[in-house]
Ligand binder design. Structure first.
Ligand SMILES: Nc1ncnc2c1ncn2[C@@H]1O[C@H](COP(=O)(O)OP(=O)(O)O)[C@@H](O)[C@H]1O
Ligand SMILES: [Mg+2]
Length: 349
């Protein structure tokens, strides 16, 4: 069953010449965790606000479960949608104890048990009597999650929930929160502009650009088979090359040589295409086809990111490559690479 369905949703704001949400259709299955991924200002928060009922679309409809909540003449108020919210600013009531913050959305007769259950779920047992300021940032975020789940919502919406936390805690909390949500079987939409965050917790990722869905797929799909240049370059590091589909249908013939490609969409041989070659696709190889000079290296711990200059008959071209940190690469060194096909994909659109 679909837990959420957005159908051809449009939203403009007065003063913005272009629609902020542009014909957005998306379905989320019951129990699924999906992440809206995109740069700042591209309509992610607006999408959550539309689902929550805090904004109304100009056109289109939104259903939660079997219930149409927006569109076709219907409008259900936010407090009647049974949605859990975890937003950036914790928004805990400072004068209420943890227990009372969590219990706020629970009917009186269920309160005692449900609050204890939630404290247990979010690993805050014994801390119900504290005030929010007596907790760390991560603990406060757990309280917000407990509150969001306490009313057994049909869906939880999480808008960049970890951006206030430092990076170690953020990575930990992200996995922890996803684990808790999965335990309860609740459907969830996360919003983030951070690829690693999206990949770590989601069943599917929806890449959003200018209020339009650019691509929806599993994290692996999005990473390995980007369908647009935007997805290829926003989601991880990629080189975009022009070429033609090779006669064997599993390569692209470019000025830099023949690049093996795992994903050519069954396009005809000879067809002009663009191809995304991830920085991870290059492997050092003394017999490799691609030869050039390292211009710049940035040490990144588990990899060296290098700018590599390749000269062809027609042009000189810079490529971004990831090299194993054990390799002794320095600027100015001449090297050869071959390309692995797994992270090479023809861009369709
Ligand atoms: N209430 C509003 N009135 C006018 N413009 C808004 C309003 N809310 C958001 N916007 C604009 O809509 C665009 C998308 O915003 P938002 O959904 O918050 O993006 P994101 O969450 O992806 O950063 C931005 O250009 C923003 O300035
Ligand atoms: Mg936002």
């Amino acid at each position: 069953m679909n837990a959420i369905e957005l159908k051809e949703v449009w939203k403009s704001y007065i003063g913005c010449p272009l629609p902020v949400i542009d014909n957005l259709s998306l379905t989320v299955s019951q129990g699924e965790i999906i992440t809206l991924l995109g740069p700042s200002g591209y309509g992610k928060t607006t999408t959550l606000r539309l689902i929550g009922g805090f904004e109304q679309p100009d056109r289109g409809s939104i259903s939660l479960g079997k219930r149409n909540v927006t569109g076709n003449g219907e409008y259900v108020a936010p407090e009647k949608r049974n949605i859990g919210m975890v937003f950036q600013d914790y928004a805990l009531f400072p004068h209420l104890k943890v227990r009372d913050n969590i219990g706020i959305a629970v009917p009186k007769e269920e309160k005692g048990n449900r609050v204890e259950e939630m404290l247990e779920l979010v690993s805050l047992r014994g801390l119900g009597g504290r005030y929010p300021h007596e907790l760390s940032g991560g603990q406060q975020q757990r309280v917000v999650l407990g509150r969001a789940l306490a009313g057994k919502p049909v869906v939880v919406l999480l808008d960049e929930p970890f951006s206030n936390l430092d990076s170690d805690l953020r990575n930990y909390m992200r996995r922890e929160v996803a684990k808790i949500i999965r335990k309860t079987g609740t459907t969830a939409i996360f919003v983030t502009h951070d690829l690693k965050g999206a990949i770590a917790v989601s069943d599917r990722v929806a890449v959003i650009r200018d209020g339009r869905l650019e691509q929806v797929g599993t994290p692996e799909d999005i990473y390995r088979h980007p369908e647009t240049e935007f997805v290829a370059t926003f989601v991880g590091k990629s080189n975009i090359l022009s070429g033609r589909i090779g006669p064997d249908h599993c390569s692209v013939v470019t000025d830099l040589g023949v690049i093996p490609c795992s994903h050519t969409h069954n396009l005809m041989a000879g067809r002009e295409v663009k191809v995304s070659v991830r920085a991870d696709s290059f492997e050092l190889d003394p017999d490799g086809d691609i030869e050039g000079v390292i211009l710049e290296t940035i040490y990144g711990g588990n990899e060296i990111e290098a700018v590599f200059e390749v000269k062809t008959d027609r042009e000189s071209r810079e490529l971004l490559v990831h090299i194993h940190p054990e390799e002794q690469v320095r600027e100015g060194v001449r090297l050869r690479f071959h390309v692995l096909p797994e992270f090479v994909a023809v861009i369709e659109k």
